[in-house]
Design a protein around this ligand. Structure first.
Ligand code: FES
Ligand code: MG
Length: 578
């Protein structure tokens, strides 16, 4: 409390003149006493609460606990709403509006009397959106996640968010279960407040926020309805006030070293492929260099030791009870596998200080020993070749080992509608050795790069008891999904990437060990096809946000941010509004 730098908020509330009068007077209509404006740090609570984002629908209660902590530490909390990206409802995909939300966050912080922010994040895109926006302002910020749902329950068994939907819908198609059994799982899967309880994108990004050092330890895994989630919210509220006095801005935490830790942790937890895009976008806002090949350099070869669905068996509840992310960090660190133990975190200590004594429970079943991993080759497999000159990704821990080196005949779908129209056709010329290829599902093509990359298999293949085939697209995949699925092919088909000119009957070679994705046609033929390519009709939106999106979105290897949003623009106070 010794810091004497003037508060940012003093440029609104600190003067005894016409401007100060105006800024304070209207605020006083909320019943705020005069002394609250006299030099207390103003803490913005950036809330993604929405009843249309069910994963974040309990956030007003979390905000109340944050406020208690802020007040206790001598700050003053002011809660504000930002665009809420709800994965389950938003069409055509919540990814379309991640950048919109990030702009909302950035401008709300910069334009308001805020000294620091608590970022209330939950459902998949809300975490990157808020971190991107706050990073572009570079104010002190701390992430408080809403926490995962309790384990789903169905017919006496635990079921995982999302993952069970993919499993059961394939079983219905294969005739193994009835449609009534399928529908009965609906209410059991989502039986408490919180985000997906699998290691899907929400849990992955919560772990990434913790690995990056932007939250207090254990933020990622405490279940949404566990009282300790509210304790964490309270403590985060207390801590953010200290962070103002210490001037502990995001740029001191979101360093290159922090991102390397996050990449390594993503491999250890079997995290979502979506993290590749989101971490790149967050790094871009902070001005930190991060390339696709960093995922190979830092992440590949790291064993996946967290045995959670969709790669493994358990759910986030068990992960928390087994020790959560601090336990994973300890296990990596004790084996020399934490790239940067000294990276600073939000509580003012470094990552290793926070985790070196973390208890590990659960008999090494949920958080496994490094010599008994879920998958020895965790991490993200980055692929390149004439089919993906700017890269593509595959998640080995969710793939079939036998298919990770494969040559097969392409069965091509021009877009998602074409796929849906033909995949169930008994006449479709396909067998399990083929490679399913889908175009025009990338950032510009969908638009928004929907999570449709894990194409369900043709029924006639499923009927043989086959559950996996090689699939390739410029789409993303839900973090709750699995399979030998090549994603994020860049450049995308709608931007004229080579994916656009793959034809039925072409042969494609996938080799994860060497990171190769090859369209086996002569180079001259490939060039001739590319020269003849024309942008598909119907992609050009005539207006609105989608127009802005298609015109400015970067490709997957660049994080799908808008070209004009990359970078940190700081928190300098804008000129007066009146
Ligand atoms: Fe919101 Fe999965 S749908 S976290
Ligand atoms: Mg998801």
């Amino acid at each position: 409390m010794t810091d004497k730098r003037p508060l940012r908020s003093a440029q609104w509330f600190g003067s005894a003149d016409k401007n100060g009068f105006m800024y304070r007077s209207w605020m006083k209509n909320q019943g705020i006493p005069d002394h609250e404006f006299q030099g207390k740090p103003i803490i913005g609570i950036c809330n993604t609460w929405s009843e249309l984002t069910p994963c974040n629908a309990h956030f007003r209660k979390i905000a109340e606990h944050v406020k208690q902590g802020v007040l206790e530490a001598g700050g003053y909390p002011l809660e504000f709403p930002v665009f809420s990206n709800g994965e389950s409802n938003l069409r055509p995909t919540a990814m379309l509006t991640r950048n919109l939300a990030s702009m909302d966050v950035e401008e709300a912080i910069r334009g308001n009397p805020i000294d620091a922010v608590v970022l209330l994040t939950g459902c998949d895109k809300t975490t990157p959106a808020l971190l991107m926006g706050a990073a572009s302002c570079d104010v002190p910020a701390i992430v408080v996640t809403g926490g995962p749902m309790l384990n789903g329950k169905h017919q006496g068994k635990d079921i995982g968010s999302g993952t069970v939907v993919w499993q059961l819908s394939e079983e219905v198609k294969a005739g193994k279960i009835s449609i009534h059994d399928f529908m009965a799982a609906e209410a059991g899967m989502s039986r408490s407040a919180g985000t997906c309880n699998t290691m899907g994108t929400a849990s992955t990004m919560a772990c990434m926020a913790e690995a990056l050092g932007t939250s207090l330890p254990h933020n990622a895994a405490i279940p949404a309805v566990d009282s300790r989630r509210y304790v964490l919210a309270h403590l985060s509220g207390m801590r953010i006030v200290e962070m103002v006095h210490e001037d502990l801005r995001l740029s001191k935490i979101l360093t290159r070293e922090a991102f390397e830790n996050a990449i390594r942790l993503n491999a250890a937890i079997g995290g979502s492929t979506n993290a590749v895009i989101h971490l790149k976008a967050i790094a871009g806002r902070m001005g930190v260099e991060l390339e696709l090949d960093d995922w190979t350099r830092v992440g590949r070869g790291t064993p996946t030791i967290v045995d959670l669905q969709p790669s493994g068996r358990f759910l986030m509840e068990e992960f928390y009870y087994a020790g959560g992310l601090p336990a994973v960090i300890r296990r990596l660190g004790e084996n020399g596998l934490l790239p940067n133990p000294q990276a600073l975190t939000a509580n003012g200590k470094n990552l290793w200080e926070n985790c070196k004594d973390a208890p590990i429970y659960g008999d090494d079943e949920v958080i496994r020993q490094l010599d008994n991993p879920l998958r020895a080759d965790g991490g993200i497999c980055v692929l390149r070749g004439n089919l993906a000159p700017k890269g593509a990704v595959l998640k080995p821990s969710a793939a079939s080992p036998a298919l990770m080196q494969h040559r097969g005949r392409a069965v091509v779908f021009e877009d998602f509608d074409d796929y849906k129209a033909r995949i169930n056709d008994p006449q479709l010329d396909v067998d399990e050795t083929c490679v399913l290829v889908m175009k025009n599902c990338g950032p510009k093509g969908y638009p928004g790069m929907a999570e449709v990359g894990n194409m369900g298999l043709p029924p006639k293949v499923l009927a043989k008891g086959i559950t996996d085939m090689v699939r390739i697209s410029d789409a993303r995949m839900s973090g709750t999904a699995y399979g030998t699925v090549v994603l994020h092919v860049a450049p995308e088909a709608a931007a004229g990437g080579p994916l656009a000119v793959v034809r039925n009957g072409d042969f494609i070679e996938l080799d994860c060990a060497s990171g190769r994705l090859h369209l086996d046609i002569p180079e001259a033929e490939l060039q001739a096809r590319l020269a003849a390519w024309q942008q598909p009709q119907g992609l050009l939106w005539d207006g609105g946000y989608r127009r802005l999106y298609v015109d400015h979105v970067l490709q997957a290897d660049e994080g799908c941010d808008f070209d004009f949003l990359v970078g940190c623009r700081g928190s300098a106070v804008p000129r007066h509004s009146h």
